[in-house]
Design a protein around this ligand. Structure first.
Ligand code: ADP
Ligand code: MG
Length: 627
């Protein structure tokens, strides 16, 4: 077949432009990316060969070879893995299958150092070759295809690439980088070795380079025909814990996660018993850009007896722990385990439970011993962890202890246990208020009486908090109670005199309440006098069983239908505005204006929106003009 020219997909062109024009620091990661692709290709071959042993042809020993040709100024990375057909080369090296290009661009724009490290995070590692090369040639043959069906792919990384069919007896792929002027440092074999040692030591396949010997005449090291292994080539998690240094654990994490920061914590164990497996699990310190994509998995890679099986094994980790990275290597699962089988396997269930417990134990340890670190973790991942309360019934109590909140007592870091330890004599419930922002929560009129009595209230301002409350209704025997739901019941916290005064006020106030009910009959379920307000004239609450107005608002913002039950208006009989209302004679037009304003203001105060803002403004103006 003759040569064919294809244009790169538009996104690839953008990436290539960025790669060649803006990535200045950490250039050397191109080698890590190519080695990692070579290793992936070998993993894929091993996996496909489980069903089709013939794919190994007569070369079952998999390895990666790296060498330089100083005269031609090239670096070659060779693997004998799965290889690519011509169609696959066009597809995989000319388009980007994954989403994330936009995020990648945005991350690059934000990063003043223009760190090439970013590239691996976004699944576009192959293109990092163009940081140092002005032409890349790829020669490949897919396992199982005849020798005549090899492919050569070539590009200078600008607008397009060429492909042609070639004869290629060797299975697998050669990636040949033609170095740019000025990148000669990468022609030194020792340099490549040190890059491999830095980034790819834990690749479980041997990475081979020609061994060198001293040439007396040239007065330099020259390559020989012998190959020597330049990495450890033993999967890190299979080695004894006592022989692995912290640096090695960190380097492995970087390779798994592309995170530029060290992990928050990690755990490495060989679990024995009915199901045997090894777990090496990391909790990152920083959230990835796609944390909120609940469908995205891939944090934990599944191996069976060292053979890589899959990296989106969602059966292995609950969704709410999707930020965990690591490796699970099972000794019991069958090698040809399918996704369907994974879902049903009892061994997998045991692994999932065991790993979940381990991660929670890690977090508990940090929460107890490293407060600052835990606070940072909470800021990054707290909202995700809350999802667990609804998802993981068995661990609900452990999860509840890991929760941290803002409260009227402290702006962050309040645990439920802290709260309980500060409860007032006679206080039974844990009081909470939900709102869109911390400021709105702090300003909630419903808080007033709590503040006056010095009772702490948790301020819940995460979008998931409302949802969380539907799953977390008590902690250590104390019910969680929203201060904006139901009648305020301070129980033993209110003394007899206060209760009596409130009852008397309500009675004296009954006629006004009736008039208010009539004036607002289309907007409220009920109007009642309250003791919960101190400074505000009125507030809105909902019935115990009804959806909170805040949740209804969140659902509406998300485009979902929310059953809008009518709220209850509570008024403060002691407030000047309410007193004025009470004084207005029957039939006074101003009574109606004032009643509507009271209700609208109560809505605004809790972050709601007015159905008819213009009418509100007109009423307020009428009142102001009359002053
Ligand atoms: P990623 O590795 O995250 O998929 P890359 O840009 O590094 O992204 O590689 C793109 C794709 O090119 C790979 O997914 C793979 O299909 C293909 N590819 C790259 N290198 C090789 C190789 N050595 N052997 C087989 N396929 C490869
Ligand atoms: Mg890659």
């Amino acid at each position: 077949m003759s040569k064919h020219t294809h244009a790169f997909q538009a996104e690839v062109k953008q990436i290539l432009h960025l790669v060649t024009h803006s990535l200045y620091s950490n250039k050397e990661i191109f080698l890590r990316e190519l080695v990692s692709n070579a290793s992936d290709a070998c993993d894929k071959l091993r996996f496909e060969a489980l069903d089709q042993p013939g794919l190994f042809e007569d070369a079952p020993a998999l390895d990666i070879r790296v060498w330089v040709d100083a005269e031609a100024r090239t670096i070659t990375v060779r693997d004998n893995g799965i290889g690519m057909s011509l169609e696959e080369a066009v597809q995989h090296l000319g388009t980007i299958a994954k989403s994330g290009t936009r995020e990648f661009m945005a991350a690059l724009e934000g990063d003043r150092k223009k760190d090439a490290n970013l590239i691996g995070q976004f699944g576009v590692g192959f293109y990092s070759g163009f940081i140092v090369a002005d032409r890349i040639t790829v020669e490949s043959r897919r396992a199982g295809l005849p020798a005549a069906d090899g492919v050569r792919w070539s590009s200078d990384g600008s607008g397009d690439f060429e492909v042609e069919t070639i004869a290629r007896p060797a299975r697998g792929t050669d990636v040949i980088l033609h170095l740019r002027d000025g990148e000669d440092e990468f022609l030194a074999a020792w340099k490549l070795r040190s890059i491999i040692a830095k980034y790819s030591d834990h690749i479980s396949l041997p990475i081979l380079m020609p061994s060198t010997k001293w040439d007396e005449e040239k007065k330099e090291q020259v390559a020989t025909d012998e190959w020597e292994t330049v990495n450890k080539a033993a999967a890190l998690w299979t080695r004894a814990k006592s022989e692995i240094t912290d640096d090695e654990y960190q380097a492995f994490y970087q390779q798994l996660s592309y995170d530029t920061q060290p992990p928050l914590a990690y755990t490495h164990n060989r679990v024995e018993g009915r199901t045997e497996y090894t777990q090496l699990l990391y909790v990152p310190a920083k959230a990835p850009f796609d944390l909120w994509n609940r469908d995205k998995r891939g944090g934990v890679k599944l191996y069976v007896k060292r053979v890589f099986i899959m990296d989106d094994a969602e059966a292995l980790m609950p969704v709410y722990l999707r930020f965990v990275k690591g490796v699970i290597d099972s000794a019991d699962l069958p090698l040809n385990v399918s996704r369907e089988l994974l879902q049903e396997s009892r061994d997998v269930k045991a692994i999932r439970e065991g790993c979940t417990k381990r991660v929670l134990a890690m977090l508990e340890d940090v929460a107890e011993n490293q407060l600052d670190k835990y606070a940072a973790f909470w800021r990054e991942f707290g909202a995700v962890l809350k999802e667990g309360l609804g998802e993981d019934f068995a661990n609900r109590e452990r999860l509840a202890k890991l929760l941290r909140f803002a409260s009227t007592h402290a702006d962050e870091g309040v645990s439920l246990a802290d709260y309980v330890s500060r409860m007032k004599e006679g206080q039974e419930a844990i009081y909470v208020v939900t709102a869109d922002t911390l400021a709105a929560a702090k300003g909630s009129p419903q808080l007033e009486v709590f503040r006056k009595k010095g009772i702490e209230v948790l301020l819940l301002v995460d979008r998931v908090d409302e949802w969380m409350l539907s799953h977390l209704y008590e902690f250590e025997g104390h019910p969680l109670r929203s201060v904006a739901k139901g009648a305020v019941d301070l129980g033993k916290l209110q003394d007899e005199a206060e209760k009596k005064a409130a009852e008397e006020a309500a009675e004296a106030f009954a006629p006004v309440l009736e008039r208010l009910k009539t004036a607002l009959k289309d907007r409220v379920k009920d109007v009642r006098a309250t003791t919960r307000l101190v400074e505000s004239p009125a507030c809105i609450v909902v019935d115990e069983g009804d959806m909170s107005t805040h949740l209804a608002r969140l659902l509406e913002q998300a485009g979902q239908e929310a059953p809008r039950s009518q709220p209850i208006l509570e008024v403060n009989p002691g407030h000047a505005l309410v007193e004025r209302l009470a004084a207005a004679p029957d039939g006074d037009a101003r009574f109606d204006d004032l009643a509507q304003i009271l209700f609208d203001q109560a809505l605004l105060a809790e972050g709601g929106q007015l159905d008819d803002p213009a009418a509100y403004v007109a009423r307020v103006n009428r009142m102001l003009a009359a002053v």
